[in-house]
Design a protein around this ligand. Structure first.
Ligand SMILES: [Cu+2]
Ligand SMILES: [Zn+2]
Length: 174
C-alpha cells in the first residue's frame, strides 16, 4: 500500500517540480490557520496567462461545503478573522459567481471537505494577478484566503451567506 502511494506521488512531485522550475512565474503561498491558531491548510498560488491558479489542501475542518474567498486585507486575527476585511473587489462588482452583476475578483467555488476533515481544491481566479496592478494580490495591505463555516450561495451580496470565518491565511510572496 505504501508503495502504491509512492508510485502515485512521484509523478506528481516531478510535475510540480517542472511547474516550479519555469522561469518568470510569479508565485505566492498562504498557511491557513483556524481560530485556535492551529494550522489547518496550505495554499500555493501561481500566475498563469489566464489568471492565478490556487492549489489548496486543508485538514481538521468540519465536513461539508465551505465558502472560500480571497479577502482584501492581508491580516488574519483570530478568533473571528474580521481583520481580513471584505472580499477582494478591485473592479467594484457584487458578490457571487452566479450573480449577474458579479463577481468579486476574490470569489471562488465552494470548498468540499470530506468526512475525514480533509479537502483539496484547484481553483482559477481569472480576475486577479500577482503583479503590480490594482487587482494584484500584493496590493497595498495585502490579501488573505478565508474559509467560512457554511456554504456560499454564490448570489447573496456581499458574502454569499457563508457564515462565520473559521480559517484564514495571509497570502505572501514566495
Ligand atoms: Cu470569505
Ligand atoms: Zn464575494
Amino acid at each position: 500500500m505504501k508503495y502504491m502511494v509512492l508510485v502515485l506521488i512521484f509523478p506528481f512531485l516531478i510535475f510540480v517540480g517542472v511547474l516550479n522550475s519555469q522561469a518568470g512565474h510569479k508565485k505566492a503561498k498562504a498557511d491557513i490557520y483556524n481560530a485556535k491558531g492551529e494550522i489547518v491548510g496550505v495554499a500555493t498560488l501561481v500566475e498563469g496567462t489566464d489568471g492565478v491558479w490556487a492549489t489548496i489542501n486543508v485538514w481538521d475542518l468540519p465536513p461539508g461545503l465551505h465558502g472560500f474567498h480571497i479577502h482584501e486585507v492581508g491580516k488574519c486575527e483570530p478568533p473571528d478573522f474580521k481583520s481580513a476585511g471584505a472580499h477582494f473587489n478591485p473592479f467594484e462588482r457584487k458578490h457571487g459567481l452566479k450573480n449577474p452583476t458579479g463577481s468579486h475578483a476574490g470569489d471562488s467555488p465552494n470548498m468540499q471537505v470530506g468526512p475525514d476533515g480533509t479537502g483539496t481544491a484547484v481553483i482559477l481566479f481569472p480576475l486577479v494577478s500577482l503583479g503590480n496592478d490594482s487587482n494584484s494580490l500584493f496590493h497595498a495591505g495585502g490579501t488573505a484566503l478565508v474559509i467560512h463555516a457554511a456554504k456560499d450561495d454564490q448570489m447573496t451580496d456581499p458574502s454569499g451567506d457563508s457564515g462565520a470565518r473559521i480559517a484564514c491565511g495571509v497570502i505572501s510572496k514566495y
